[in-house]
Design a protein around this ligand. Structure first.
Ligand SMILES: NC(=O)C1=CN([C@@H]2O[C@H](COP(=O)(O)OP(=O)(O)OC[C@H]3O[C@@H](n4cnc5c(N)ncnc54)[C@H](O)[C@@H]3O)[C@@H](O)[C@H]2O)C=CC1
Ligand SMILES: O=P(O)(O)OC[C@H]1O[C@](O)(CO)[C@@H](O)[C@@H]1O
Length: 382
């Protein structure tokens, strides 16, 4: 069995690639970073180091890498004969991997079982986004090849920080992981990934993950950056940050109970576990990495506006989430393009224009005025 994985970065090597390897797949990484592709091809194994309580080391073997920018045909040939394709490239990059998958499907022997495609990104419906992109790029050719692939949404959870200098292709990760995958698209032949959890309906899982783990992690990063702290674990040593993050997560949990019927006590336990995960002092994770791309994180269906808007529509509390949004607006990282762009736009646009454009909220939305107020507050400080 062969899996082609787009994005040989942190989550690619430290989580998705590792679990595919453990499921018995031969691994073909695809990336556009030439030095990373060369380093992978120069190695016969790499180690995933779990750090923190209960952490162990696992050695991954049986992989190679292809640079899709310089050798697209080799990649297309691999996709045509693979069982599985996964991605961990970032949601905005999916449209650039779509042409390779499309070309692989066009070349695929129609008698082969369908290619199993799963995007492993922090976004709701990322695989649907990828499929829609492939379908659009295929145009009229789609009808003839659409039955050569099945597409399943997934939710991936493991903290994989930026890797220390000199680590090579080894990866340091936290011990915890969760990979929830939609089962229905596979009918009776799901991929063989022993560590994954197949579910009939992914929505409760992806929303619980994105609106708890990612809301909480990003809020920690933004409150930590405001306090001048560099490490995520140090931010959580500050009780005032813990209390702000916890308050925001109590609001998202109330929403998850209302929308999906999650058990409140189970969610309280889930929140406590993730706060312990974030506070893992052995993880070299920074507020800069976790807060990266604030414009994406403040967009309509993402970890802050998504749950806050849905909560406001139901008359549920949003005060702590709006406070976290206020902290996000202060994120000023010269190395992060979106942070630079956000600070520029905060200076150039009026509060209502900025709020509507960045968050995608209609001015008539019940959350709009509260977000506009924190935008105006931030602008008054600039
Ligand atoms: N790092 C983490 O803890 C987690 C990350 N994720 C998600 O996984 C995705 C990747 O995140 P990371 O691994 O942290 O980022 P990363 O930056 O370490 O890895 C992304 C990789 O994609 C490659 N890439 C960029 N364009 C490409 C293209 N056109 N074709 C093939 N490869 C390409 C980059 O060169 C890089 O090696 C994101 O969507 C992120 O939200 C999800 C859960 C946890
Ligand atoms: O690109 P994003 O959305 O910041 O993804 C990375 C985030 O996902 C997480 O892995 C949580 O699953 C965190 O490590 C990190 O905050």
């Amino acid at each position: 069995m062969k899996a082609v994985h787009f994005g040989a970065g942190n989550i690619g090597r430290g989580f998705v690639g590792l679990l595919l390897h453990e499921g018995g797949y031969e691994l073909v990484f695809s990336d556009v970073a030439a030095s990373l592709v060369d380093a992978i091809n120069a190695a016969s194994e790499y180690t995933v180091h779990e750090v923190g309580d209960g952490g162990t080391d696992t050695v991954v073997t049986g992989f190679r890498a292809i640079n899709s920018a310089t050798d697209p045909q080799a990649l297309i040939d691999e996709i045509a004969t693979a069982e599985v394709v996964t991605t961990a490239v970032g949601p905005t990059i999916l449209r650039f991997v779509a042409p390779h998958i499309l070309a692989g499907l066009a070349l695929r022997d129609p008698s082969r079982p369908p290619l199993q495609v799963m995007a492993c990104e922090n976004a709701i419906g990322a695989t649907d986004t990828l499929r829609d992109e492939i379908r659009e790029q295929a145009g009229d050719a789609w009808d003839a090849i659409s039955n050569r692939a099945v597409f399943a949404n997934t939710a991936v959870d493991r903290i994989v920080p930026a890797q220390p200098e000199g680590a090579g292709i080894d990866v340091t990760v936290e011990p915890f992981f969760e990979w929830a995958i939609e089962r229905p698209p596979f009918a009776d032949a799901p991929p063989h990934i022993p560590g994954a959890h197949f579910v009939d309906d992914l929505a409760p899982y992806i929303e619980r993950k994105l609106f708890t783990v990612n809301t909480g992690h990003a809020a920690t990063a933004y409150f930590g950056a405001r306090a001048g702290v560099e490490k995520i674990s140090d931010a959580l040593a500050d009780p005032s940050i813990v209390s702000r993050v916890s308050a925001a997560l109590e609001e998202t949990s109330a929403l998850l109970v209302a929308v999906h019927g999650w058990d409140a006590a189970e969610l309280a336990e889930y929140r406590a576990t993730i706060l312990r995960r974030f506070a893992n002092p052995a993880l070299p994770d920074t507020v800069g990495r976790v807060g990266r791309q604030p414009l994406r994180k403040l967009s309509r269906h993402e970890r802050f506006i998504g749950p806050a808007a849905a909560a406001a529509e139901r008359g549920l509390a949003t005060t702590a989430l709006v406070e976290a949004i206020g902290a996000a607006l202060e994120f000023d990282e010269p190395d992060d393009e979106q942070s630079v762009e956000m600070q520029r736009r905060l200076r150039a646009e009026d509060a209502a224009t900025f709020t509507a454009a960045v968050t995608g909220l209609e001015p008539s939305h019940p959350l709009f005025a509260a977000v506009e107020a924190v935008v105006a507050q931030r602008q008054s400080e600039l």
